[in-house]
Design a protein around this ligand. Sequence first.
Ligand code: FAD
Length: 430
Amino acid sequence: MSFNPSKCFSMRVTHKRKLVITKYKMDLHTLEEVCNMAKLLTDQHSGERGVYDCIVVGGGAIGLGTALHLVRQGYRTLLLEQFSFPHTRGSSAGPSRMYRNAYIEEHHAKMVQEIWQMWEELEQETKTTLHKRTGLLVINNENVAAFHQLRDNLVRHRLPFQDLTTEQLVRRFPLMSYRGHYNILLDTEAGFLIANKCLRTMLDQFVKKGGTLHDGEKVVKIVPHRMVTVCTNKGHEYKAGSLVLTPGPWAPKLLKPLGLDLPLKVWRVNVCFFKEKQPGSYLNYPAMFDETKDGFIYCFPSRDYPGYMKFGYHLQWDEVDPDDRDRPGQAGGNKLMVDIEAMKAYVQEHFPGLEPEPSIVENCMYTCTPEEEIHPVYHNIAIGCGFSGKGFKMALLMGKILGDLAMGKPSTYDLSPISMKRFLHQKAKL
Ligand SMILES: Cc1cc2nc3c(=O)[nH]c(=O)nc-3n(C[C@H](O)[C@H](O)[C@H](O)COP(=O)(O)OP(=O)(O)OC[C@H]3O[C@@H](n4cnc5c(N)ncnc54)[C@H](O)[C@@H]3O)c2cc1C
């Protein structure tokens, strides 16, 4: 017999959230069925009344990872995103984001195994391929101490890699041109996540598992309390026992009214796609990450733009207002070209198989702390922002950490190197 809840009960939920079944017009069912359906109706009703266990503000990679973790744990979760999905206005959209084992920072090195395990689990659960393993060449002749620190971390955590000399590099990858001495290693397990597909998959799973999504709805006010109140531009008011804020580049705007003035900087950065002279010639090349004297430069073959290598330059730039990111002349006008010029010079020197001019230029935003690290936490409000251009791969793990923190569960990781507490001279007013 089919079981249609709307025909079976009419009900109300008291202000104490006690379920009261007022009518019962169905044939005999098992107690379990009735209980399950009652829970479902309570959840729906609570959602209508705007009461949740947890609200997540911001549907970028980190917010989606958090919302998915919470809903998997059985929490009634509302995800609020100011733009309609899919959108390209935050930091997470795009064809690809690198993942790697090679980290200079010890606390990141400790996380990589779980990061990767979580992506694999999501792939298996959804029968979707979300990554491409390419390997990553770490090249460095500027900061030898950092290179050795990174190499030591790989050794300490028993992560696979190969040492290469410059001669071995150019013999193995003849379309890369390097001369003289470089410190080089190949992180054999690295590659890239197919970013847009990862976002869609996390979102689909969140909704499939019962999460409530309100996109196109911007949070304009937060009232911290034992039950946090969240007000939106649509005039709606939602309440939850816990709140997670993952607003990416909008963090300074959202956090300031909460008494949190963190030293965050939002930068607009350019990403360049250089065309292969011979289509497919770099297809099976590894990703590359080079610490030059001016900053980090990285590249990898792009899956969404076949025949193009994606290049990015990781250096400090002018700040940008995320709401005015594409306004002509924003972020220092001509200075914006400097990173493109640096990428062109690098390609011309080291990648003879690529056209010297980029064919596609896209931009995105980094939200950075001075130390280029991550911050969370406080009571029933957890905050995840300032991932400094390296947060995407961590989305599922950071989501788990933030979701658990918001629900009062301690993390198994030592969060002190990435905690916002290191910036707070006085206790936050939350
Ligand atoms: C060019 C570039 C290259 C990168 N490369 C890599 C890489 O190779 N590997 C890697 O791991 N990482 C990389 N990153 C970093 C990574 O993409 C980011 O760290 C990560 O995507 C940040 O996600 P987020 O959820 O914190 O922010 P976002 O994606 O910006 O999400 C924040 C969301 O919050 C929403 N929001 C804000 N305010 C409100 C409000 N008031 N109400 C409702 N919604 C709100 C926004 O609309 C937005 O959707 C790169 C970043 C860039 C820009």
